[in-house]
Design a protein around this ligand. Structure first.
Ligand SMILES: Cc1ncc(COP(=O)(O)O)c(C=O)c1O
Length: 384
C-alpha cells in the first residue's frame, strides 16, 4: 500500500542540500544585488559571512578564514597548489572526492614523493600508517560512500607536516578537532543549505607560515593564489574576494548562518544531525532489504547516508535497476528528490540527513522507501 503521509519537504539531495526549515525566496530580500562586491555594503556582507562562520564553528582565534573561488573544489585545489611540494605527501582516499584529490596530486602536480592510502567504498584506509613528518591530505566525511572519520586521534599532534582536510560534508554537522587540522575547506551548499558559489578555507598558523615561506615549483593561477611575494594576501580574509561572487548566494549563506545561530549554534546543528541519523538507523535496523554501504557503525556518516540493497540474490545490474527504480518512483511521487547513489559509487541510495533536514520528514520518508522498493523489486525483468 502506498503510504498516505508525505515528507513536507522532499529535498534529500547531498548537494545542494535542503534549505533551512521555513526558507523562502524572501529570505534573500536584503541581498546586495547590482552593487559592486567591493562597495562598502557588498564587502560588509562578505565579511559577515566570514565572521559568522568563524563564530558558529568556534574557530581557534589564530586561524585565518577566507572566501575563495570555485566552491569546495576551488578551496581544496587552492590549498594543494599553494602549499604542497615542500615535503612528502600522504593522501587518504576512500570515495570519489578523495580519489579525485589523488588524481590532482599524482597526475596534475606530479608529486615525486607521494604515498596513497586508498580504501574501497564502504571502508576507511589504515589511518595509523600516516606520517606526521609529511603533509597529509584527506576528506573528513566521504559524501559518496557515507564513510566518515570517527575522530582525529590518528593525526599526530606534534606533526611537522600540514593536514589538509576537505570537510565540506562535515563542517557544521560533526565536531572537528581544529588544532589537528591546518587547512579546512567547505562550500555553502551543504550542511547549512546555501546556494552554491564561493568556497571557504580556514588556515592554521602553520599553514600561513608555509604560504609565506614556500614557493611552489609549479605555476599557481591567479584564482588559486593565497600569498604573493612571501606575504599572505590579506584582503581575501576580510571579504575582498579574488573574483566576483554572487551577492545573492552570499545573502543565502548569511541566511543559513543566521538560522544556525538562532536555533542554538553548532551544538543545536549537531543535535539535529544526530536525531536524523537515529531516525534512519532505526529504520535500517528493522528493514531487511536495506543496509549501509559503510562497513561499521563507527565510520558511518551521519549526514550523507549511503545505502545498499541487502538482497544478495540480485546481481550488480539488478541492484542498480532496483535502486534507480526506487529513486525514480519517489521523485515522481514528489516524496524524495535526488536520492540515487553518486554516479561513481556502488549502486544504491543516498539520503542527505544534515542539519537543514527535518527528522519528521525522514520519518515520513521511510515507509515510502519500503513501498518503492516493493514496486521496483516486483518490476518485470528482474530475477526472482
Ligand atoms: C567531500 C566532497 N568534496 C568535494 C565536493 C565538491 O564540492 P563543490 O561542488 O562545492 O566544489 C563535494 C561535493 O559534494 C564533496 O562531497
Amino acid at each position: 500500500m502506498q503510504p498516505s503521509e508525505r515528507p513536507r519537504v522532499a529535498h534529500f539531495s547531498s548537494g545542494p542540500c535542503a534549505k533551512r526549515p521555513g526558507w523562502a525566496l524572501s529570505a534573500l530580500a536584503d541581498a546586495c544585488v547590482a552593487r559592486s562586491h567591493r562597495s562598502k555594503p557588498g564587502k560588509a556582507k562578505l565579511a559577515e559571512v566570514i565572521e559568522r562562520s568563524r563564530t558558529l564553528l568556534g574557530l581557534p582565534a589564530d586561524y585565518r578564514l577566507a572566501i575563495v573561488p570555485g566552491s569546495d573544489t576551488g578551496a581544496v585545489e587552492m590549498a594543494l597548489w599553494s602549499l604542497l611540494g615542500a615535503r612528502g605527501v600522504d593522501v587518504l582516499s576512500w570515495e570519489a572526492f578523495g580519489k579525485g584529490w589523488v588524481v590532482d596530486l599524482a597526475q596534475q602536480l606530479k608529486l615525486a614523493d607521494l604515498r596513497v592510502f586508498d580504501a574501497p567504498y564502504g571502508a576507511l584506509p589504515a589511518l595509523d600508517a600516516v606520517d606526521g613528518g609529511r603533509d597529509i591530505v584527506f576528506t573528513w566525511n566521504g559524501t559518496t560512500s557515507g564513510v566518515c572519520l570517527p575522530d582525529g586521534d590518528w593525526i599526530p599532534a606534534d606533526r611537522q607536516g600540514l593536514t589538509i582536510c576537505d570537510a565540506t560534508s562535515a563542517v557544521f554537522a560533526v565536531e572537528l578537532p581544529w588544532p589537528l587540522l591546518d587547512v579546512v575547506t567547505w562550500s555553502w551548499q551543504k550542511v547549512l543549505g546555501g546556494e552554491g558559489g564561493h568556497g571557504m578555507i580556514a588556515l592554521s598558523p602553520s599553514a600561513v607560515a608555509r604560504l609565506e615561506s614556500h614557493v611552489p615549483a609549479w605555476p599557481v593561477p591567479k584564482l588559486f593564489q593565497l600569498a604573493k611575494g612571501g606575504r599572505l594576501i590579506e584582503g581575501i580574509f576580510k571579504g575582498e574576494t579574488i573574483n566576483t561572487p554572487s551577492l545573492l548566494a552570499v545573502e543565502d549563506a548569511l541566511d543559513g548562518l543566521r538560522w544556525a545561530a538562532s536555533i542554538g549554534g553548532l551544538p543545536a546543528l549537531i543535535r539535529r544531525v544526530r536525531a536524523n541519523d537515529a531516525v534512519i538507523d532505526d529504520w535500517v535496523k528493522r528493514t531487511a532489504w536495506v543496509d549501509y554501504l559503510a562497513a561499521s557503525p563507527s565510520i558511518r556518516s551521519p549526514t550523507s547516508v549511503c545505502l545498499r540493497l541487502a538482497d544478495r540474490t540480485l546481481d550488480a545490474r539488478a541492484q542498480a535497476l532496483v535502486a534507480a527504480g526506487i529513486a525514480e518512483r519517489l521523485e515522481r511521487e514528489g516524496v524524495a528528490c535526488d536520492i540515487g547513489a553518486y554516479r561513481d559509487a556502488p549502486p544504491g541510495l543516498r539520503l542527505w540527513a544534515g542539519a537543514t533536514v527535518e527528522a519528521g520528514d525522514l520519518t515520513a520518508l521511510t515507509p515510502w522507501l519500503d513501498w518503492a522498493y516493493g514496486e521496483a523489486r516486483a518490476a518485470p525483468g528482474l530475477a526472482a
